[in-house]
Write a protein that binds this ligand. Structure first.
Ligand SMILES: N[C@@H](CCC(=O)N[C@@H](CS)C(=O)NCC(=O)O)C(=O)O
Length: 253
């Protein structure tokens, strides 16, 4: 199936909040050379949220886009539409390939399982007043399989590490939109559930690889004009959650 949209004629309006999921859409547009306009208030996360509510009060989520006069939410669906319409076969494996199954899985896993389960762990911690590392840990790879446990944040990262020990990208052999979807979940895990990528070297290496892409740098410049902190959030803005404690510096005898 070829692309049908005209990326030189269409412009995507992206309602953006700095450090939030709208970064995915900006990064994808930079990868594919899609023209876009950003609507947000630089340096003012709350102001950007209020502006978004005024523009699309029905479901004011970041990202929201407007394309040919229509509003749309859900980052994974937005990426699918932009890739199908303007990608000319880029950022998605051929439908008949085995990589297409991987790509499709991770396109959905990023929100439906990774972000969902990590947010569940965080909200459980907030509701019970304990540190996020004190909530029940859930199922982990390598544990006895007859032990009843739901999948939690660390089980997710065990799975990512296992997958990336056998595959270069979440898209399979090549970088795809699934890597853009998963990047937000991986980067957010440090603040959301205090996952330390030092424990997941394959995931850490993949993150470095995708962040080295020129389109990632261009997207970061556009999405976070005042600079980003270690969590990918705008510098100088209040953090939404308490950050992980600093590890004591290694002592050298
Ligand atoms: N599954 C949605 C999640 C969108 C979402 O929750 N975005 C956050 C920012 S990262 C938001 O708009 N939060 C405001 C709210 O929850 O009201 C997606 O992937 O687009």
């Amino acid at each position: 199936m070829g692309a049908t949209g005209d990326a030189s004629r269409d412009r995507v309006t992206i309602y953006h909040i700095e450090g939030r999921r709208s970064f995915r859409v900006i990064w994808l547009c930079e990868e594919l050379g899609i023209s876009y306009d950003l609507v947000f208030k630089p340096g003012d996360v709350l102001g950007s949220m209020v502006q978004l509510r005024k523009e699309y009060p029905l479901m004011p989520l970041a990202p929201t886009i407007r394309l040919r006069g229509e509003f749309m939410v859900e980052s994974g669906a937005i990426l699918d539409v932009l890739v199908a319409r303007y990608g000319k076969g880029q950022l998605v494996p051929p439908v008949e390939s085995s990589d297409y199954l991987k790509h499709a899985q991770w396109m959905h896993f990023a929100e439906a399982t990774a972000m969902c389960r990590m947010a569940t762990d965080r909200f459980l911690a907030l509701a019970t007043g304990v540190e996020v590392t004190a909530v029940p840990i859930g199922y982990r790879l390598g544990e006895p399989i007859d032990k009843p446990a739901l999948v939690g944040s660390r089980g997710i990262f065990d799975y990512l590490e296992d997958y990336l020990s056998r595959n270069r990208y979440f898209g399979g052999a090549e970088f795809t939109a699934a890597d853009i979807m998963m990047h937000y979940a991986v980067r957010g895990a440090r603040l959301l559930v205090w996952i330390d990528l030092a424990d997941y070297p394959k995931v850490a290496q993949w993150k470095l690889t995708v962040e080295a892409r020129p389109a990632f740098a261009r997207a970061t410049g556009a999405a976070l004009p005042g600079g980003a902190d270690e969590f990918g959030l705008p510098l100088g803005q209040p953090l939404p959650f308490s950050p992980p404690p600093q590890k004591p510096a290694a002592s050298h005898k």
